[in-house]
Write a protein that binds this ligand. Structure first.
Ligand SMILES: [Zn+2]
Length: 468
């Protein structure tokens, strides 16, 4: 049946989305459309092992065609089998540069036996949608498809092109070869934009009520070093002074005690300023001291006890793997460790390597950098984006405060920031901190929050595509 006819003949009807619910969410037609897109996307397994990302983006293409996009406007690239990427562009009048809407469709592996229900079939109860990818990041991928589809049907006149890029292999991207990185390398003209939106910044609930809307504007850079030391070995009954395990252990002990210098950016200041509103006592005072540039050594030490605040204040390095020896009764011939570092955007790899060498202080230990981190400068707190996010947030959730932040983990936004596309991680979807299950078991999102998030993103994209 022709979708458009079906859709508009039903403009006034509200649809209850499932029978079991005592208080079903009443869906408006666009929400129902979004729900169909989301459900179909989630139900396609897109894991690296057995999944099919190309099937997923082809399913999205079907909806885009129904909404009026032509085959020529929707491009699918499959650099590797079953690892397709989709790019579609809703043309504006060209007076302003495009906005990029980026979302990966691949998901982390999930074992059926570990989950309460089948991770690759969308489960619904009164409150939640549960499945692998229900949040990360099929929630935003489906939202972007439904939003540009709606704008296309509405004949929306934008000043900026809206580009949706649905990508593969984000979850594999410690060494990038596909997805956002591949598109940028092979078809930069298709996704070049002035700024864009991606995952990375979810809202926070406290006791079920939304309190913070996070907008990710920067992220730390990820790199690893291998530390290695060797010896001739020998019989364990005749210990020598050259056993490689002891100096390696001493070096790691030194790294565990070392703290990289604190560097406070505008984003970190803004984060502490806003977050202080939810705290009290000493913590509140300490946060405000950072925000006002008057933090003493004692303040920074108190804040650094929290792994999260510590990660926001400085570059960190931590041992993640070790191996040594080859038999219980032999002197080790080698000992090695992997040290993973997360660099502040304003730090650089050469300085960190020099610091590590100094901290280790042992010429016998060889240090090799395993991955070159990609520079990822923070996106500016540009007024149009911040005002739009704040204004729509205030309208939808009057009590919620918008907090810009730098994430300790990585997203595909780093590739875009590296070439000058300002990226913002914001979803309008809210989660309890104790219920963040992305990459974990029984990944789920509150239904209410998913639909509100889609509405938030629709307003945000619509408003910014006519601004400037
Ligand atoms: Zn993700």
């Amino acid at each position: 049946m022709n979708f458009t006819r079906l859709f508009f003949s039903c403009v006034l009807c509200l649809v209850a989305i499932h029978a079991r619910s005592q208080t079903p969410i009443q869906l408006a037609p666009e929400q129902q459309r979004f729900y169909s897109i989301y459900k179909e996307l989630v139900n396609i397994n897109t894991t690296n092992s057995v999944g099919d990302n190309t099937k997923a983006v082809l399913a999205m293409k079907k909806y885009l065609l129904e909404d009026g996009f032509t085959h020529e406007e929707i491009q699918i690239f499959e650099p590797f089998p079953k690892k397709g990427n989709l790019v579609v562009r809703l043309k504006g009048n060209g007076t302003q540069k495009p906005i990029l809407l980026l979302a990966h469709v691949d998901v982390v592996e999930a074992k059926r036996e570990d989950w309460k229900t089948d991770p690759f079939v969308l489960q619904e109860d009164d409150e939640y949608f549960t499945a692998r990818g229900a949040v990360d990041n099929k929630s935003m991928a489906a939202a972007f498809v439904s939003i540009v589809g709606q704008l296309k049907r509405e004949g929306f006149q934008a000043r900026r092109d809206l580009i949706v890029a649905l990508t593969s292999d984000e979850e594999m991207s410690s060494v990038p070869s596909n997805g956002a990185w591949w598109l940028l390398k092979n078809h930069p003209e298709l996704i070049k934009a002035e700024f864009g939106f991606n995952e990375g910044g979810n809202g926070q609930l406290r006791n079920g009520l939304p309190i913070i809307q996070r907008i990710q504007v920067a992220e730390k850079m990820n790199t690893s070093f291998k530390l290695e030391i060797t010896d001739v070995g020998g019989h364990s009954s005749l210990p020598t002074a050259n056993n490689p395990v002891y100096p390696l252990a001493a070096a790691l002990g030194g790294i565990s005690q070392y703290k990289f210098p604190v560097k406070i950016s505008e984003v970190t200041k803004a984060y502490f300023e806003q977050s202080a509103k939810f705290e009290s006592g000493q913590l509140k005072e300490d946060m405000l001291a950072v925000a006002r540039d008057v933090a003493t050594v004692e303040v920074l030490e108190r804040l650094s006890v929290s792994p999260l605040y510590n990660a926001m204040l400085r570059t960190t390095c931590v041992v993640t793997r070790m191996s040594a020896g080859h038999a219980n009764n032999a002197l080790p011939q080698s000992a090695s460790a992997t040290v993973n570092c997360r660099l502040l955007p304003q730090d650089n790899i050469q300085d960190i390597e020099v610091t590590l060498k100094n901290v280790i202080g042992n010429e016998r230990i060889q240090i090799t950098n395993l991955i070159q981190p990609m520079p990822s400068p923070a996106s500016p707190l540009r007024a149009d984006v911040m005002n739009a996010v704040t204004g729509i947030t205030k309208k939808m959730w009057p009590e919620v405060i918008v907090v810009p932040f730098m994430s300790a983990g990585g997203t595909d936004s780093r590739f875009m920031r590296n070439v000058g596309i300002q990226m913002y991680g914001v979803s309008g979807m809210f989660y309890e901190p104790s219920d963040l299950r992305m990459h974990g078991l029984n990944e789920r999102v509150l239904k209410k929050s998913l639909f509100e998030g889609r509405d938030f993103l629709y307003q945000l994209i619509q408003q910014l595509s006519v601004s400037g």
